[in-house]
Design a protein around this ligand. Structure first.
Ligand code: NDP
Length: 336
């Protein structure tokens, strides 16, 4: 086939991570997590493999693990790829933070996916919750020991964290026995994360960037302030390379050594988003995009901000949501 070849980054466990991952969180609707209908996501992932995607990002809470696993197994059966060629990232949910729960839920995930191992298992948040979504006081270092157990058992090749701040990451590095291989955080022009990226780099930890399009796309059915696809500065850079604004934004991440995690279920945009490895931005263009930084997050669960391990800035008027915690990705903020 004429699949695109995606470069790879070396992890501290010696394994290679493909430099772009397909996001598979479909959002949160009225009645919970939005699920794929009629195997739509499975078919998207199968097409993605055909055109060169090798890295898939999911999570227990997204309820997309099953269709991703199915797509991967079908492409292995078709002889298009081997398990070895594919990199699967998934995440431990907040209600599973007790040490002994971690390997058990990862086994459950492997059952759901029909796989023998994943390549990267991330602690989704430093925040532990009870089954009823009240706060639990499980220390994330206890959870990390469970993550280490899961890696020792061979259920995952590597472990890492998501939505940890610098101090929390430092604690894992200092107190853990296995160093995180990766950290996944929100990164886009409005939240460039220069300090956390630099700290992770200095520790040999690979950074994955979620919600890479930031304000450029609609979120929760709304437009938010910030640069859009027709932003003149971005359009000028895109013209120069004969690329789209979306491609420039993804390349900006690649050029900052960030593994972007763009989500799309559209076959054209699937192609567009992976076609970013035949050009490179100049430092001055990277700096121009960095100037949009206004520290705006779209994943901002202020209903958890009284939790002892809440990772982000606190606000004066936190959201109090009846589905506390379940709506983790269906709220937003502008600058606090
Ligand atoms: P993205 O920045 O990937 O934006 C996705 C939106 O952009 C969709 O509406 C998509 O629509 C649209 N889109 C995709 N490509 C293009 C394009 N080329 N041009 C125009 N529009 C485009 O944000 P997400 O918040 O979805 O984040 C991506 C992934 O990151 C998630 O799926 C998940 O895997 C991960 N994530 C992790 C979190 C964590 O806590 N660790 C939190 C949030 C996300 P369409 O599908 O119609 O193309």
């Amino acid at each position: 086939t004429d699949a695109l070849e995606v470069p790879k980054l070396k992890l501290n466990n010696g394994k290679m991570m493909p430099a772009i991952a397909l996001g598979t969180y479909l959002g949160f609707g009225q009645n919970g997590t939005i699920k794929s209908q009629n195997k739509k996501l499975r078919n998207v992932v199968m097409r993605a493999i055909d055109i060169g995607y090798r890295h898939f990002d999911t999570a227990f809470i997204y309820e997309t693990e099953e269709e991703i696993g199915e797509a991967i197994r079908m492409k292995i059966d078709e002889g298009v790829v081997k398990r070895d060629d594919i990199f699967v990232t998934t995440k431990l949910w907040n209600t599973h933070h007790k040490r002994e729960q971690v390997p058990l839920v990862l086994k459950q995930t492997l059952d759901i996916m029909g796989l023998n191992y994943v390549d990267l298992y991330l602690m989704h948040w430093p925040i532990g919750l009870n089954e009823d979504y009240t706060f639990s006081n499980v220390d994330f270092m206890e959870t990390w020991r469970g993550m280490e157990d899961a890696q020792r058992l061979g259920l995952t090749k590597a472990i890492g964290v998501s939505n940890f701040n610098a101090e929390q990451l430092k604690r894992v590095i200092e107190e853990g026995s296995i160093k995180p291989a990766a950290i996944q955080i929100e990164i886009h022009p409005q939240i460039t994360q220069a300090d956390l990226i630099e700290y992770a780099r200095s520790e040999g930890i690979v950074v994955m960037g979620y919600s890479p399009f930031g304000s450029l796309v609609m979120r929760f059915g709304m437009q938010f302030p910030g640069p859009k696809m027709d932003d003149p500065v971005l359009v000028e850079i895109a013209r120069k390379y004969n690329k789209t604004t979306a491609q420039v934004i993804l390349r900006w991440q690649v050029d900052r050594n960030v593994v972007p995690v763009p989500k799309t279920v559209n076959y054209e945009r699937l192609k567009e988003n992976i076609d970013i490895f035949d050009f490179k931005l100049e430092q001055q263009e990277i700096d121009k995009i960095n100037q949009y930084d206004s520290h705006v997050r779209y994943t901002f669960p202020t209903f958890w901000q009284t939790h002892p391990y809440y990772p982000f800035e606190k606000v004066d008027n936190p959201l109090s949501d009846p589905f506390i915690g379940r709506k983790v990705n269906s709220f937003s903020n502008t600058k606090s």
